[in-house]
Design a protein around this ligand. Structure first.
Ligand code: GLA
Length: 422
């Protein structure tokens, strides 16, 4: 099963980006709908509407769009009730939808074969289906389980966000679906509640034990800001993040190594954190505030895993303080320290990510780190705007020398969260 089904599957990758390693300048990851130029016929909004007409007949009642996210810092902290600092990006997933009277949830995706998957009301339960359709069907199930009166719906999906790139196409799909169902059935459901239900769909319907960061970033993101998430309370506070205004560029490097959160590594890390918290007698690793307290952990692996989480929480709060003080440029070393901790202590980085980070730093980046759950996906690099082209070249060169597929690299800016488009 794909870990990030909302977006464009790898097979479609190069065309979507306009060719491996080719970028259309500023706004490639960050600009609304721009991702190597709109696809033929006007991008995912038009694509979802067209697919809706082809599969279900007539126009949809509405179209909703949810973006992907980049996590600036704070990795594997969310399910430890800690802190994270993600932001929404300019590319995402569009859902064109209409209510149905037969109670059936019918789903079709431009990226996943365009056939229609139908789920009758009686069988909408965990285990009923797998693959990409489990994510939107899981949201309908989660809403119904929470007591919301959601009837049937036809949904057509199109995306300009790559799947498996660590940019949360799964949360984008869940949140666009959640907003669509809430809109169609006029549900009184707040965005934080919708985020929690998206996570519930992913945890209990799809079966991946992820935290709440992605859904909160996708639903609460604001242009020009990252969100300081407190994952104990489930709240997010906007913090200014405007690299261009600081003379900097924030690059996203899709290493094209694909991750699958369903492979087991993610769940194993989560279990290790829970084991460490239990051994320390705390509710979660959030409650450990200094690395010294971890000396009581006898198991060296648990010690390393917990050290990552405890140190990462501190880095998030430090970076948030720098952003609030208008000192984005000083965040670089903390980003790089986060990567080292994910590589050495948490052991979720991968060879392409380590090489990209090293090459970016050597070419003048102020800091760089993997972003997302790990085991594949993307890296971010913060660089003076004048060195961004050199960083891009250096990373592309090392991938070429190692015989890896060309990375896809482009600047990103924090963008608005999910919206109803029409
Ligand atoms: C994935 C999960 C998130 C979070 C990150 C790691 O993106 O969906 O909940 O745990 O990994 O920070």
């Amino acid at each position: 099963m794909r870990a990030e089904p909302g977006g464009v599957p790898e097979e479609g990758g190069p065309e979507v980006f306009g060719g491996p390693g080719v970028f259309g300048g500023p706004g490639v990851f960050g600009g609304p709908g721009v991702f190597g130029g709109p696809e033929a016929g006007g991008g995912p909004e038009a694509g979802a509407v067209r697919l809706f007409g082809e599969r279900f007949g007539g126009p949809p009642e509405g179209v909703w769009r949810a973006p992907g996210r980049v996590n600036f810092i704070g990795e594997h902290t969310d399910y430890n009730e800690g802190f994270a600092l993600p932001f929404a990006i300019g590319t995402g997933v569009c859902v064109a939808a209409a209510a149905r009277e037969d109670g059936v949830v019918a789903l079709s995706s431009r990226q996943y074969g365009e056939s229609v998957v139908t789920v009758s009301p009686g069988v909408l339960a965990p285990g009923a289906l797998g693959g990409w359709a489990a994510y939107p069907a899981g949201v309908a199930w989660a809403l119904r389980s929470a007591g919301h009166r959601v009837g049937g719906a036809s949904l057509a999906v199109d995306a300009d966000l790559p799947a498996g790139a660590g940019l949360s196409s799964s949360a984008a799909l869940e949140c666009a679906t959640g907003l669509a169902l809430a809109g169609l059935y006029r549900l009184a459901v707040s965005r934080p509640e919708l985020a929690a239900l998206g996570r519930r769909a992913e945890n209990d319907f799809v079966g991946v034990p992820t935290g709440l960061m992605d859904q909160l970033a996708v639903l609460l993101g604001q242009a020009g800001h990252a969100l300081l998430l407190d994952c104990r309370t489930g709240t997010g506070t906007p913090v200014p993040l405007d690299p261009a205004a600081a003379g900097l560029a924030l690059l996203v490097i899709d290493t094209r190594a694909r991750h699958e959160l369903t492979d087991g590594g993610y769940a194993a890390r989560r279990r290790a954190c829970e084991d460490a918290a239990r051994a320390l007698g705390v509710r979660s690793l959030r409650d450990v505030t200094s690395v010294g307290e971890l000396d009581r952990l006898g198991d060296p692996v648990l010690h390393r895993r917990a050290r990552h989480v405890v140190s990462e929480n501190r880095r998030v709060l430090e970076v948030a303080g720098l952003l609030r003080g208008g000192q984005l440029g000083l965040a670089g070393p903390l980003l790089t320290a986060s990567h080292a901790s994910l590589r050495d202590d948490f052991e979720v980085s991968w060879p392409e990510a380590d090489a990209a980070v090293d090459a970016a730093l050597q070419a003048g980046a102020l800091g760089a780190r993997m972003t997302g759950g790990g085991f594949g996906g993307s890296v971010i690099a913060l660089a003076p705007a004048a060195t961004a082209a050199g960083v891009t070249r250096a990373v592309t060169d090392i991938f070429g020398r190692r015989g890896w597929r060309a990375p896809v690299i482009g600047p990103v800016q924090p963008a608005q969260g999910a919206v109803r488009l029409r």
